[in-house]
Design a protein around this ligand. Structure first.
Ligand SMILES: Nc1ncnc2c1ncn2[C@@H]1O[C@H](COP(=O)(O)OP(=O)(O)OP(=O)(O)O)[C@@H](O)[C@H]1O
Length: 368
């Protein structure tokens, strides 16, 4: 969805970019901090203060993104029928169809999500994977109320909370929406343990103790993405939707995340370009292809193997059918060329006819 901005920067954004350039110039061409290019600060801006302009820009970008999403939401139409039991934690939707900006992305297909399964959603660029996740997030398909959903799409907005607070307070933000597994969750959310759990997750994603106490607004976008991911892992929703979660992670964090997600006991749907990640995490693959969703058992490698075998079998069947057809053709006609016939080809002599109407048709007479 971010690509909307990449492709079509709004006038206000262009103006802000211009203002930013001018501000940087006035500060003596001092470039803003950037975690991805500045290993020394490890994603954290300078000690002596946050670049407020940059912070405001990020907040405005996020607001714009939300506005664009709201607009996009109005151009999507989704239909489907819940066929799993309304009290079930599994979600099965039949006759699923999605139209976006007038284009059919899915039609008359099935989506089956079962608890304990981790689905890799794959398909060509632009086929509609992110749109499907967004439709699930907003429950535009009939997903029961008790199934709580968390969709990780973008980084945590800058704020004065520390990274640690941003993670363990997410449950308070979400709690009014959550009904499922309440007792189990309350146990997990024991106040003493809450901070420890948040700290464990952040540590796994590369945050030192010091970084965990740093304000969110002091982190670069990539690290704020990790905070958002930590929040998702912390609340453990019934249905967790992740769109390219490894994009901002280094190898260690990727390995840690893979291990963490392998233990995910609820439903996970993940879009990822990383085959290794899909292999490590997924129990199933959903292939978004030709406006349908096709479910495969196993990880990405198993999916590739199954598809290869299916294609081989199809080819074998096609060849067999062609053989059958050619064996059924037992008669062969051969028409030798007769050359040019000398005239006259047909000669009719002494012929006349008499008109007869319908009633007297039988009396139609040829006279020769
Ligand atoms: N504002 C828009 N107007 C018209 N079409 C749009 C708009 N935004 C997105 N689309 C189209 O909707 C389709 C679905 O986009 P979506 O982002 O869901 O695909 P995707 O499979 O997630 O792609 P990718 O793998 O590149 O992220 C794409 O073909 C895209 O071109």
């Amino acid at each position: 969805m971010l690509y909307l901005f990449g492709k079509m920067p709004s006038d206000s954004k262009k103006k802000r970019e211009q203002k930013k350039k001018e501000a940087a110039k006035n500060r003596g061409n001092k470039k803003p901090q950037n975690a991805e290019t500045n290993g020394a600060t490890n994603g954290v801006s300078e000690e002596n203060g946050v670049d407020d302009d940059r912070c405001n820009d990020v907040v405005t970008d996020i607001k714009e993104e939300i506005e664009a999403l709201d607009i996009a939401d109005k151009h999507r139409s989704v239909t489907g029928v819940l066929v799993s039991h309304p009290d079930s934690r599994d979600v099965h939707i039949n006759n699923l169809a999605i139209t976006f900006h007038g284009a059919v992305l899915l039609q008359d297909t099935k989506l089956e999500l079962n608890v304990g399964r981790r689905y890799g959603l794959i398909g060509l660029n632009g086929c509609g994977k992110s749109t499907l996740l967004r439709a699930l997030e907003l429950k535009e398909v009939p997903i029961p109320d008790h199934v709580d959903i968390y969709h990780l799409r973008r980084e945590m907005p800058p704020s004065d909370k520390t990274a640690l607070q941003a993670v363990f307070e997410v449950d308070q933000e979400q709690s009014h929406e959550r009904l499922l597994d309440i007792y189990e969750h309350l146990d997990e959310m024991d106040a003493d343990k809450a901070e420890m759990k948040a700290s464990f997750i952040l540590h796994g994603l590369g945050f030192t103790k010091e970084m965990q106490q740093t304000k969110v607004k002091n982190f670069s976008g990539g690290w704020r993405m990790r905070i958002a991911l930590a929040r998702a892992l912390y609340i453990k929703p019934s249905l967790l939707l992740l769109d390219e979660p490894t994009n901002h992670l280094d190898l260690n964090a990727c390995v840690w995340l893979e291990q963490e997600l392998k233990e995910y006991k609820r439903i996970l749907v993940v879009i990822s370009h990383s085959q290794d990640f899909l292999n490590g995490v997924c129990t199933n693959i959903i292939h978004f292809h030709l406006q349908r969703l096709k479910l495969y058992g196993g990880n990405y490698d198993a999916y590739v193997q199954t598809r290869m075998e299916l294609e081989e079998n199809q080819m074998k069947r096609y060849k067999w059918e062609q053989d059958q057809i050619s064996h059924m053709k037992t008669l062969t006609f051969y028409f030798p060329s007769c050359g040019t016939l000398p005239p006259p080809v047909i000669m009719v002599q002494h012929v006349s006819y008499k008109y007869a109407d319908d009633k007297n048709y039988n009396k139609y007479i040829f006279k020769t």
